[in-house]
Design a protein around this ligand. Structure first.
Ligand code: AHR
Length: 492
């Protein structure tokens, strides 16, 4: 099979740094035993796992969403502040087990500061109230001589945290959610929360719950569109079948386009998309885990095919950078995590390496790119034993994104080969006046689509790097089967 890629020296859009964001939730070992493990020789005096933090810093987490997810719907922030030994131990109603509240707002903000991430807080619409949300906002962002701002100062945090991103509720469209309600009920609550929260701090950005359902999304946008800044969408996919998994990237693109068309239709140009939960989620059935162990951990293990899915999702987000400004992979560690830990070490999954390659080796200015290759049709079932099904025509075997890094004056061409066979691609860069004659090539692949990294063999799927000489401005490159390849070429 052959492919053709032409990159033009035409800058089409700015890609938001925040599409490379993450999500942490009080779920299984995501926080406790993941990013935070007090008393572990691997942790610092704050309880932060140093090895995890180092890995997180490497992929420059730009925005971190917390405390859920579903957990947020039953979370009361006041349980997680003040002296740690005085914080209540509570049942984690949502995912099972005991919530010690050791990791609360102050710890989260400290973690964000250390990782260099913008904090993104999810407000409870389940057992939580508007009062609690307003008090949380006061605690975080105000410098007034009032109760909750003073509480923060008394905990040793004189300066406000200035948390900019506030999500109002989580997946309240679903019957699994504490706080489940109709679209119009939600839209009115959202309007009130946004109005009063912005009344206290007009600089904040409000993220509304979108449902990936035009009826819900229209109701929310029509009623509260003027007071929100983002509408969210969640997408989980994955099946045992490689092509079913990777084709869901194009299903996601269709859903994002649909949401964009609703926003445009209502002329709400200030509203952007927060794609604030996405990942592969296919093996673990939480209901079964809960019944058997009384606790849900969602410890998925990710393979090369899941990494190619993630690379495809980034190509989609680049294409849709006019509207997708925030994205948070669900999740960062252990529970659906792209990093896995045990008591003594960690493993970077293939998806982590895709983050590394995109964050550190692509630019934030999108270049115009034309791509031609063979395509296929598919009827697929994905997520949780096929809860989502779709049919797609003209699904490409390869995908990509061309970007430019202004700081290093480098053109970066990311190419994903989903096919279980090599593909020769002719790359045409003739539009560029000056170009280096060599390229740095990063490649991520592995023995087969199902290859994984684990504690015994942590480096089965990992990126390699080499320098190649280019035959000219138009050259051929062979993409390895099942691979992500990134070429970095300096404009001289
Ligand atoms: O990421 C796991 C869960 O998936 C989140 O808590 C919830 O928002 C979604 O259903």
């Amino acid at each position: 099979m052959q492919g053709y890629v032409k990159v033009s020296n035409v800058k089409t859009a700015r890609i938001s740094d925040m599409v490379y964001g993450h999500f942490i939730e009080h779920l299984g070992r995501c926080i406790y035993g993941g990013i935070y493990e007090r008393g572990s020789p691997l942790s610092d005096q704050r309880g932060f796992r140093k090895d995890v933090l180092e890995a997180v810093k490497k992929i420059k987490c730009p925005i971190l969403r917390w405390p859920g997810g579903n957990f947020a719907s039953a979370y009361h922030w006041k349980d997680g502040i003040g002296p740690v030994e005085k914080r209540p131990k509570l049942l984690n109603y949502i995912w099972g087990g005991i919530e010690t509240n050791e990791f609360g707002t102050d710890e989260f903000i400290e973690y964000c500061r250390e990782a260099g991430a913008e904090p993104y807080l999810s407000v409870s619409l389940g057992t939580g109230t508007l009062d609690e949300a307003l008090q949380w906002l006061e605690y975080c962002n105000l410098d007034t001589p009032t109760k909750y701002a003073t509480l923060r100062k008394q905990s040793g945090h004189e300066k406000p945290y200035n948390v900019k991103y506030w999500g109002i509720g989580n997946e309240v469209y679903g019957p699994w959610q504490v706080g489940h309600c109709s679209a119009s009920e939600y839209a009115e609550k959202l309007r009130q929360f946004a109005q009063f929260m912005k009344g206290i701090d007009p600089s904040i950005k409000i993220i509304a719950v979108g449902a990936d359902d035009p009826e819900w999304d229209m109701t929310v946008l029509k009623h509260a569109g003027k007071v929100i800044d983002y509408i969210s969408i969640h997408q989980y996919h994955g099946s045992e079948d490689h092509y079913e998994t990777i084709s869901s990237v194009y299903y996601i693109e269709e859903r994002l386009k649909l949401l964009r068309s609703l926003i445009k239709h209502l002329k709400l140009d200030h509203v952007k998309i927060a794609f604030d939960e996405w990942n592969v989620w296919y093996q673990t059935i939480p209901e079964k885990e809960m019944a058997e162990q009384g606790i849900v951990t969602l410890e998925e293990s990710y393979a090369l095919k899941d990494a190619l899915f993630a690379a495809g999702v980034f190509c989609v987000m680049h294409r849709m950078s006019d509207i997708v400004e925030i994205a948070n992979v669900a999740q960062m560690v252990n529970a659906l995590g792209i990093i896995k830990t045990n008591k003594t070490s960690l493993v970077l999954t293939p998806i982590y390496h895709v983050f590394d390659l995109f964050v550190n080796h692509t630019g934030r200015t999108r270049l115009d790119m034309k791509l031609a290759c063979d395509t296929y049709s598919i009827k697929a079932k994905s997520f949780f034993e096929g809860r989502i099904s779709f049919s797609l025509e003209n699904v490409p075997y390869i995908d990509g994104s061309a970007t430019y890094d202004e700081r290093t004056k480098t053109v970066s061409l990311a190419l994903v080969n989903y096919k279980d066979g090599t593909v020769k691609v002719t790359v045409d860069l003739s539009d560029f006046k000056t170009l280096s004659t060599q390229a740095v090539v990063h490649e991520l692949t592995g023995p087969d689509a199902f290859s994984k990294n684990d504690f015994e063999n942590p480096n089965i799927v990992r990126p390699s790097q080499k320098i190649i000489q280019l035959a000219g401005k138009v050259f051929d490159i062979e993409l390895q089967r099942l691979s992500l390849t990134i070429l970095e070429i300096k404009i001289e």
